[in-house]
Design a protein around this ligand. Structure first.
Ligand SMILES: O=P(O)(O)OC[C@H]1O[C@@H](O)[C@H](O)[C@@H](O)[C@@H]1O
Length: 220
Protein backbone atom coordinates (compact mmCIF):
# COMPACT_ATOMS: atom_id res chain seq x y z
CA UNK A 1 0.00 0.00 0.00
CA UNK A 2 2.85 2.44 -0.74
CA UNK A 3 0.99 5.67 -1.39
CA UNK A 4 3.88 8.09 -1.33
CA UNK A 5 1.83 11.05 -0.09
CA UNK A 6 3.47 14.44 -0.57
CA UNK A 7 1.88 15.79 2.59
CA UNK A 8 0.51 14.52 5.88
CA UNK A 9 -2.26 16.61 7.44
CA UNK A 10 -2.65 15.91 11.13
CA UNK A 11 -5.76 16.53 13.13
CA UNK A 12 -4.60 17.44 16.64
CA UNK A 13 -6.85 16.30 19.50
CA UNK A 14 -7.21 12.52 19.63
CA UNK A 15 -4.79 12.13 16.70
CA UNK A 16 -1.47 13.56 17.86
CA UNK A 17 -2.29 13.40 21.55
CA UNK A 18 -4.81 11.12 23.26
CA UNK A 19 -6.79 13.82 25.04
CA UNK A 20 -10.40 13.70 23.82
CA UNK A 21 -11.77 12.50 27.15
CA UNK A 22 -10.28 15.63 28.77
CA UNK A 23 -12.12 17.85 26.26
CA UNK A 24 -15.34 15.92 26.83
CA UNK A 25 -14.99 16.21 30.62
CA UNK A 26 -14.25 19.96 30.52
CA UNK A 27 -17.19 20.58 28.16
CA UNK A 28 -19.51 18.33 30.20
CA UNK A 29 -18.75 20.34 33.33
CA UNK A 30 -19.08 23.79 31.71
CA UNK A 31 -22.23 22.93 29.74
CA UNK A 32 -24.11 21.40 32.66
CA UNK A 33 -22.78 23.17 35.76
CA UNK A 34 -22.11 26.64 34.34
CA UNK A 35 -24.53 26.93 31.42
CA UNK A 36 -27.53 24.94 32.66
CA UNK A 37 -27.62 22.18 30.04
CA UNK A 38 -28.60 18.62 30.99
CA UNK A 39 -26.43 16.50 28.72
CA UNK A 40 -25.02 13.06 29.49
CA UNK A 41 -21.30 12.38 29.02
CA UNK A 42 -22.11 10.33 25.87
CA UNK A 43 -24.21 13.17 24.44
CA UNK A 44 -21.35 15.64 25.02
CA UNK A 45 -18.93 13.17 23.40
CA UNK A 46 -21.14 13.19 20.31
CA UNK A 47 -20.63 16.96 20.07
CA UNK A 48 -16.83 16.78 20.16
CA UNK A 49 -16.05 18.09 16.70
CA UNK A 50 -15.81 21.51 15.17
CA UNK A 51 -14.99 24.85 16.75
CA UNK A 52 -16.04 25.74 20.29
CA UNK A 53 -18.48 28.31 18.87
CA UNK A 54 -20.00 25.60 16.66
CA UNK A 55 -20.35 23.23 19.64
CA UNK A 56 -22.23 25.95 21.57
CA UNK A 57 -24.41 26.82 18.56
CA UNK A 58 -25.39 23.15 18.06
CA UNK A 59 -26.43 22.82 21.70
CA UNK A 60 -28.01 26.19 22.51
CA UNK A 61 -28.87 27.61 19.07
CA UNK A 62 -26.96 30.07 16.90
CA UNK A 63 -27.65 33.44 18.51
CA UNK A 64 -28.00 32.21 22.11
CA UNK A 65 -24.75 33.77 23.41
CA UNK A 66 -23.22 37.07 22.26
CA UNK A 67 -19.85 36.68 20.54
CA UNK A 68 -17.74 37.93 23.46
CA UNK A 69 -19.48 35.47 25.80
CA UNK A 70 -18.70 32.62 23.35
CA UNK A 71 -15.03 33.64 23.42
CA UNK A 72 -15.09 33.78 27.23
CA UNK A 73 -16.69 30.32 27.54
CA UNK A 74 -14.27 28.93 24.98
CA UNK A 75 -11.18 30.15 26.88
CA UNK A 76 -12.59 28.99 30.22
CA UNK A 77 -13.15 25.50 28.77
CA UNK A 78 -9.58 25.39 27.39
CA UNK A 79 -8.09 26.63 30.68
CA UNK A 80 -9.83 23.79 32.54
CA UNK A 81 -8.83 21.27 29.86
CA UNK A 82 -5.16 22.37 29.91
CA UNK A 83 -5.01 22.30 33.71
CA UNK A 84 -6.37 18.74 33.85
CA UNK A 85 -4.46 17.37 30.84
CA UNK A 86 -1.03 19.01 31.29
CA UNK A 87 0.47 16.24 33.45
CA UNK A 88 -0.57 13.65 30.81
CA UNK A 89 0.62 15.66 27.79
CA UNK A 90 2.62 13.43 25.42
CA UNK A 91 2.57 12.41 21.77
CA UNK A 92 0.73 9.20 20.87
CA UNK A 93 3.24 6.30 20.74
CA UNK A 94 5.45 6.28 17.68
CA UNK A 95 4.43 9.72 16.41
CA UNK A 96 7.83 11.24 17.21
CA UNK A 97 9.44 8.70 14.83
CA UNK A 98 6.83 9.30 12.13
CA UNK A 99 7.39 13.07 12.27
CA UNK A 100 11.14 12.62 11.99
CA UNK A 101 10.92 9.99 9.21
CA UNK A 102 8.45 12.08 7.18
CA UNK A 103 10.72 15.08 7.59
CA UNK A 104 13.72 13.02 6.34
CA UNK A 105 11.66 11.89 3.33
CA UNK A 106 10.78 15.49 2.43
CA UNK A 107 7.08 14.96 3.13
CA UNK A 108 5.39 18.20 4.13
CA UNK A 109 3.28 18.29 7.27
CA UNK A 110 0.51 20.49 8.62
CA UNK A 111 -1.85 20.59 11.58
CA UNK A 112 -5.54 20.99 10.70
CA UNK A 113 -7.55 21.33 13.88
CA UNK A 114 -10.83 22.73 15.18
CA UNK A 115 -8.96 23.88 18.30
CA UNK A 116 -8.19 27.53 19.00
CA UNK A 117 -4.53 28.65 18.75
CA UNK A 118 -4.31 28.73 22.58
CA UNK A 119 -4.64 24.90 22.58
CA UNK A 120 -2.57 24.25 19.47
CA UNK A 121 0.30 26.31 20.93
CA UNK A 122 -0.09 24.42 24.23
CA UNK A 123 0.68 21.18 22.38
CA UNK A 124 3.24 22.25 19.76
CA UNK A 125 5.31 24.36 22.15
CA UNK A 126 5.20 22.16 25.23
CA UNK A 127 6.15 19.12 23.14
CA UNK A 128 8.64 21.12 21.07
CA UNK A 129 7.42 19.88 17.67
CA UNK A 130 6.44 23.10 15.91
CA UNK A 131 9.44 22.87 13.57
CA UNK A 132 7.92 19.87 11.76
CA UNK A 133 4.89 21.77 10.50
CA UNK A 134 4.88 23.97 7.42
CA UNK A 135 1.35 25.13 8.18
CA UNK A 136 -1.07 25.24 11.08
CA UNK A 137 -4.79 25.76 10.45
CA UNK A 138 -6.80 26.47 13.60
CA UNK A 139 -10.42 27.35 14.42
CA UNK A 140 -9.54 31.02 13.86
CA UNK A 141 -8.37 30.38 10.28
CA UNK A 142 -11.62 28.99 8.89
CA UNK A 143 -15.20 30.16 8.49
CA UNK A 144 -16.54 26.65 9.04
CA UNK A 145 -14.76 23.82 10.75
CA UNK A 146 -15.09 20.04 10.25
CA UNK A 147 -17.01 18.32 8.62
CA UNK A 148 -16.61 21.24 6.19
CA UNK A 149 -13.48 20.63 4.08
CA UNK A 150 -12.10 24.16 4.63
CA UNK A 151 -9.57 23.16 7.34
CA UNK A 152 -7.84 20.52 5.22
CA UNK A 153 -8.19 22.38 1.90
CA UNK A 154 -6.53 25.41 3.48
CA UNK A 155 -3.74 23.29 5.00
CA UNK A 156 -3.01 21.71 1.59
CA UNK A 157 -3.03 25.13 -0.09
CA UNK A 158 -0.63 26.58 2.49
CA UNK A 159 1.74 23.64 1.92
CA UNK A 160 1.32 23.99 -1.86
CA UNK A 161 0.26 20.34 -2.27
CA UNK A 162 -2.63 18.97 -4.32
CA UNK A 163 -5.44 17.47 -2.13
CA UNK A 164 -5.05 14.11 -3.92
CA UNK A 165 -1.44 13.94 -2.71
CA UNK A 166 -2.37 14.54 0.94
CA UNK A 167 -3.12 11.91 3.55
CA UNK A 168 -5.13 13.05 6.57
CA UNK A 169 -4.70 11.54 10.02
CA UNK A 170 -7.92 11.74 12.05
CA UNK A 171 -9.68 10.21 15.04
CA UNK A 172 -13.22 11.55 14.58
CA UNK A 173 -15.93 10.53 12.10
CA UNK A 174 -16.66 14.21 11.34
CA UNK A 175 -12.96 14.75 10.65
CA UNK A 176 -12.91 11.83 8.21
CA UNK A 177 -15.98 13.39 6.59
CA UNK A 178 -14.11 16.70 6.29
CA UNK A 179 -11.22 14.89 4.59
CA UNK A 180 -13.62 13.13 2.22
CA UNK A 181 -15.22 16.48 1.37
CA UNK A 182 -11.70 17.76 0.62
CA UNK A 183 -10.94 14.77 -1.66
CA UNK A 184 -8.41 13.23 0.73
CA UNK A 185 -7.71 9.73 2.05
CA UNK A 186 -7.44 9.10 5.79
CA UNK A 187 -5.60 7.01 8.33
CA UNK A 188 -7.86 6.68 11.36
CA UNK A 189 -6.64 6.55 14.97
CA UNK A 190 -9.02 4.53 17.13
CA UNK A 191 -8.17 6.51 20.28
CA UNK A 192 -11.64 8.01 20.66
CA UNK A 193 -14.13 6.15 18.43
CA UNK A 194 -14.80 2.52 17.51
CA UNK A 195 -14.16 1.27 13.97
CA UNK A 196 -17.87 0.78 13.27
CA UNK A 197 -18.55 4.50 13.85
CA UNK A 198 -16.71 5.13 10.56
CA UNK A 199 -18.73 2.74 8.40
CA UNK A 200 -20.29 5.60 6.38
CA UNK A 201 -16.93 6.63 4.90
CA UNK A 202 -15.10 5.28 1.86
CA UNK A 203 -11.91 7.35 2.19
CA UNK A 204 -10.24 5.31 4.95
CA UNK A 205 -6.90 3.68 4.16
CA UNK A 206 -6.53 1.88 7.47
CA UNK A 207 -7.23 1.98 11.21
CA UNK A 208 -4.42 2.13 13.76
CA UNK A 209 -4.31 2.29 17.55
CA UNK A 210 -1.02 4.18 17.56
CA UNK A 211 1.87 5.08 15.24
CA UNK A 212 3.94 1.96 16.02
CA UNK A 213 1.53 0.01 13.76
CA UNK A 214 3.51 -1.38 10.77
CA UNK A 215 0.77 -0.04 8.44
CA UNK A 216 2.13 3.46 9.04
CA UNK A 217 5.56 2.45 7.70
CA UNK A 218 3.89 1.19 4.52
CA UNK A 219 2.56 4.67 3.74
CA UNK A 220 5.92 6.15 2.77
O1 LIG B 1 -10.09 19.05 15.30
P1 LIG B 1 -9.48 18.47 16.53
O2 LIG B 1 -8.02 18.74 16.67
O3 LIG B 1 -9.83 17.03 16.74
O4 LIG B 1 -10.15 19.22 17.76
C1 LIG B 1 -11.48 19.02 18.10
C2 LIG B 1 -11.82 19.54 19.47
O5 LIG B 1 -11.07 20.67 19.77
C3 LIG B 1 -11.32 21.21 21.06
O6 LIG B 1 -10.52 22.31 21.26
C4 LIG B 1 -12.73 21.65 21.14
O7 LIG B 1 -13.04 22.18 22.39
C5 LIG B 1 -13.62 20.47 20.88
O8 LIG B 1 -14.94 20.91 20.90
C6 LIG B 1 -13.30 19.86 19.55
O9 LIG B 1 -14.03 18.68 19.41
Amino acid sequence: MKLQPKALLFDLNGTMIDDMQFHTKAWHQILNEDLGATLSYEEVKGHMYGKNSEVLARIFGKEHFPEDRVTEISFEKERRYQKAYFEHLKLINGLDDVLERAHQHGIKMAVGSAAIPFNIDFVLDNLNIRQYFGAVVSADDVTESKPDPETFVKAAQLLGIDPADCVVLEDAPKGVEAARNAGMQCVVLTTTHEKDEFSAYDNILCFITDYTDPKVKELF
